[in-house]
Design a protein around this ligand. Sequence first.
Ligand code: 13P
Length: 255
Amino acid sequence: MARRPFVAGNWKMHTTLVEARALMKGIREHLSPDLAVDVAVCPPATLLYPFGREVDGTAIKVGAQNVHFEPKGAFTGEISPGMLKAAGCAYVIIGHSERRALFGEGGDFLRKKVIASLSEGLEVIFCVGESLSEREASETMHVVERQMDEVLSSDMDSSRLTVAYEPVWAIGTGRNATPEQAQEVHAFIRGKIGSIFGAEAASNLRIQYGGSVKPGNAAGLMACADVDGALVGGACLVAEDFVSIISAAAASVGG
Ligand code: 13P
């Protein structure tokens, strides 16, 4: 059976409450409620609480862009998995390349976040991906494997895990991976999931592609056997574009 596609919008540091409400209204207006796709929006932390309530009972779920691993305490500026859950979040993005590159996150720090989030009942979107220089040095698989080995282990509940392959050179650049490039890495990631969690997990786990996904390239990417959806940045801030990408994901499984 085909995996149900999963499309998430990473709003990054964009939108105030007023702007975000307009964007959500546009998404709701264009989104057909019976598409066979899981959809999440990941707005800035200030909007998680109102949106967590507003989307309750709709086809759209809310995710956070970051989390801390401690349950509470003197961690100025941080938000715990339990707080996200209480705000109405279903998902959390962990290991995004911007958090890795701009905020020095990696390795054991990310692993602690994944463990804490899963144990709180959140679903985790775990991001991996190589830089341009790493791709040019033919290190893509090695980098992705290392990022997975640092964070994932067989004792985790893989049923609440999504892996997002986001090549750093494709993020915000307008230069997406070709379907062939994406498929090659996604197949590698699925094999690696199999060696960590077993064959059943490998066949069930969804692997999103992220990096300059737009309405014009979504269908080609979604048609790849191991691409099960998208983690969308820039295009998710335009309601029609985000919905068009969701529709391409639905069409890829005949929905
Ligand atoms: P863009 O779609 O803007 O390239 O961003 C991708 C991304 O980083 C999603 O997490």
